[in-house]
Design a protein around this ligand. Structure first.
Ligand code: MN
Ligand code: MN
Length: 281
């Protein structure tokens, strides 16, 4: 099955969707490997026309590349992701990855030059290694910060980390705006603060669905209370739109979902395509 708005060849597409059915390092609720298919299925629920923007996705060229092959090891998955995403980036198209777990983001980010990263997540993902694995989903922000530079990544919506991660974040200078501060300051101010911290113009947005409250997004690998609302994440996409060059949505775990998490993920993919494709907020 392809994403509902798949309407173009690879060659002619501005946006290319790639599924990465990988969950080998998942530490709690496995099942993210089923997410690309579930999210595609849910995409058929939505109108192509997004009335609040007066934009139809059918007016934007979108190609669904399908999934990369199933991989058992992070190293193999990272090679496969890089192969596909490099090609997409080299041809100046906009990649949208559907995970899979959060370890798929690091290889994607390495395909860009001079990139800043906005990282929406309940977790800090800043362990140096987890269960002996350096490319675990629990280490994703750490690996990315080593490649883009610690000053070019900001996390938003954080509300769970170990004391070791906190110490490492402090000593290395990782910036994050926690979920409680986002609620207090509002999403607009929080995003502006995050963006003012990143010196690079082009932004890659990674959306770990567990940043959203489990009331709205129950089907995730590691649910965490006190999360952002779907509207706040939508607003975040809108405020970033003019600087976005790549996007992924990760950590949906369909075996633990009632359908709503996959559905919301599909809708947020449509949101990114609409506002980036038509260059509006
Ligand atoms: Mn994560
Ligand atoms: Mn997370």
């Amino acid at each position: 099955m392809f994403f509902a708005d798949d309407n173009s060849s690879f060659k002619d597409a501005e946006f290319v969707i790639v599924g990465v059915p990988f969950d080998a390092t998942a530490s709690f609720r496995k099942g993210a490997r089923f997410a690309p298919e579930e999210i595609r299925k849910e995409s058929y629920n939505f109108e192509s026309y997004l009335f609040e923007h007066d934009i139809a996705l059918s007016d934007i060229t979108i190609h669904d590349f399908g999934n990369i092959k199933r991989c058992k090891e992070p190293d193999e998955m990272m090679m496969e992701v890089k192969k596909v995403i490099k090609r997409i980036v080299n041809e100046e198209k906009f990649p949208i990855l559907i995970g899979g777990e959060h370890s798929i983001t690091f290889p994607a980010v390495t395909c860009f030059k001079d990139i800043g990263v906005v990282y929406l997540d309940a977790h800090l993902d800043f362990r140096d290694e987890y269960l002996g694995e350096k490319n675990s989903h629990a280490c994703s922000a750490r690996r990315i910060s080593e490649v883009v530079g610690i000053e070019n990544i900001v996390l938003l919506g954080t509300r769970s980390f170990s004391m070791e991660e906190k110490k490492a974040a402090e000593s290395l200078g990782l910036r994050y705006i926690d979920a409680f501060k986002v609620k207090k300051d509002g999403i607009d101010k929080s995003i502006r603060t995050a963006l003012s911290k990143i010196k690079r113009k082009a932004i890659y947005l990674t959306l770990d669905m567990d940043v959203i409250d489990p009331a709205y997004a129950p089907g995730v690998a590691n649910p965490e209370p006190f999360g952002l609302s779907p509207e706040e994440v939508k607003r975040c996409i809108n405020l970033l739109s003019k600087r976005l060059v790549g996007f992924d949505v990760v950590e949906v775990s369909p075996p633990y979902d009632n359908g709503n998490t996959s559905s919301l993920a599909a809708r947020l993919i449509g949101e990114v395509i609409a506002v980036v494709g038509k260059n509006v907020e």
